[in-house]
Design a protein around this ligand. Structure first.
Ligand code: OSB
Ligand code: MG
Length: 397
């Protein structure tokens, strides 16, 4: 496989979605609401970078003409997955992004994205606003978000991401449970000391399932022997084995192993995706709307990969139903051919923030909502009961 950057832009032309987001419409944002709430996870989620017991959820809404669009900022409490936190995102939104959003009427997604360009980084903060804006715009136009962004699927294949467990027996039990619920792919979180033996045992018991691993950048090129060992288990992919911002070492590793590398943390922009393909740092890309800075970038990376024949899938950040509803819309695009980390609400929480909750059917798919906007009702009473803080940013008259 050879990915030559100059041809990529041309290949994008073959992507012919009925995408409606280019439609012009002036929207005056009157108010931005930032809301932090805390909901316990049903089980702690442990990765190579740390453990989460309760999820601090950061909801963002934009209001205009009596309608309200919802988004979620996926940054965690601590800067362990990336440098952003719920705190840094609130600061960036309050002091820089919300003011330019409300400065004058928005004419479209590209207008919104262009207003964010002068501010470096802080992709999750930017993405939260893009999510809320697209939900609002879809509501104004009476369209479903899915139709709006050119989604083509009515159901999407899903997998589950299983954290590091206190004991192998617990993990094996979880694997069996999610397979029996229909999940099409199992992803195991790995770290040094919880890798080859664990993978070997899961593979021995389930020789034919789609199985992948996610290291969240816990290894280096010095671990080549470990990756050679993992090469024997017919894994669908090894996700983000090396440093969070690396492309070159991943290209070296990909040249040494059969298993496809999938990049998560390293893909923070369209340019980084182009460079990763051109360097052959990976053969698969995990797209997270938050990590790449919003719908504008997620759609562009999708189009790039679709045109280049590189499979993508929708990653997750232990979102509430609001973020998950956006993920379902994104995953309905034609290039999302691999199962996403979009599990049922009940996999994460006792009770979710949307009605109905997200469910996974026995064939391992989730329904893409087709109602107006997000396509789910937002449970305002339940949200109010979990809220820790609310901050309103009003437009200057
Ligand atoms: O690396 O994909 C990851 C959760 C939090 C931060 C990073 C990751 C994850 C997951 C869980 O793997 C995916 C999900 O939401 O189910
Ligand atoms: Mg990952």
């Amino acid at each position: 496989m050879c990915y030559l950057t100059p041809t990529m832009r041309d290949t994008q032309k073959i992507v012919d979605h009925p995408r409606k987001i280019t439609a012009e419409h002036q929207v005056n944002i009157e108010r931005v609401e930032m809301r932090h709430l805390r909901i316990p996870l049903r089980e702690p989620f442990e990765t190579s970078f740390g453990r989460t017991d309760t999820r601090l959820i950061f909801l963002l809404s934009l209001e205009s003409g009596g309608l309200r669009g919802w988004g979620e900022v996926v940054a965690a409490e601590e800067p362990r997955y990336s440098y952003e936190t719920a705190g840094t995102a609130a600061h960036i939104i309050r002091d820089y992004l919300a003011p330019v959003v409300m400065e004058k009427p928005l004419t479209g997604l590209s207008d919104l994205a262009a207003r964010f360009v002068p501010f470096k980084g802080h992709n999750m903060a930017k993405a939260g606003l893009e999510l809320a804006y697209l939900d609002l715009l879809a509501k104004i136009k009476n369209w479903s978000l899915t139709a709006f962004i050119g989604g083509t699927r009515q159901r999407v294949p899903v997998g589950v991401s299983l954290g590091i467990q206190p004991a192998l027996a617990t993990l094996l039990d979880r694997v069996s449970k999610y397979l029996s619920l229909g999940y099409q792919r199992i992803k195991l979180k790995i770290k040094p000391g919880w890798d080859v033996e664990v993978v070997a045992e899961v593979r021995r018991r389930h020789p034919d399932i789609l199985l992948s691993v996610d290291a969240n950048s816990a290894y280096s090129l010095k671990d080549l022997e470990l990756f050679r060992a993992l090469d024997d288990f017919n894994l669908l992919m090894i996700e983000q084995p090396l440093d969070h911002d690396d492309l070159l070492d991943h290209a070296k590793l990909q040249a040494e192993i059969k298993t496809s590398i999938c990049l998560d943390e390293s893909i923070t922009s369209l340019r980084r995706a182009e460079q990763a393909l051109s360097l052959e740092s990976c053969r698969i890309i995990n797209i997270k709307i938050g990590r790449v800075g919003g719908y504008s970038k997620a759609l562009a990376i999708h189009d790039l990969c679709y045109g280049a024949g590189v499979p993508v899938w929708c990653g997750g950040m232990l979102e509430s139903g609001i973020g998950r509803a956006h993920n379902l819309a994104l995953a309905s695009l034609p290039g999302f051919t691999l199962p996403g980390d979009i599990s049922a609400s009940s996999r994460y929480f006792e009770r979710d923030l949307i009605v109905p909750e997200v469910t996974v059917s026995p064939d391992g798919t989730a329904e893409v909502p087709r109602g107006v906007g997000l396509g789910f009702d937002v449970d305002l009473d339940f949200i109010a009961s979990c809220t820790e803080s609310v901050e309103l940013i009003e437009r200057k008259k």
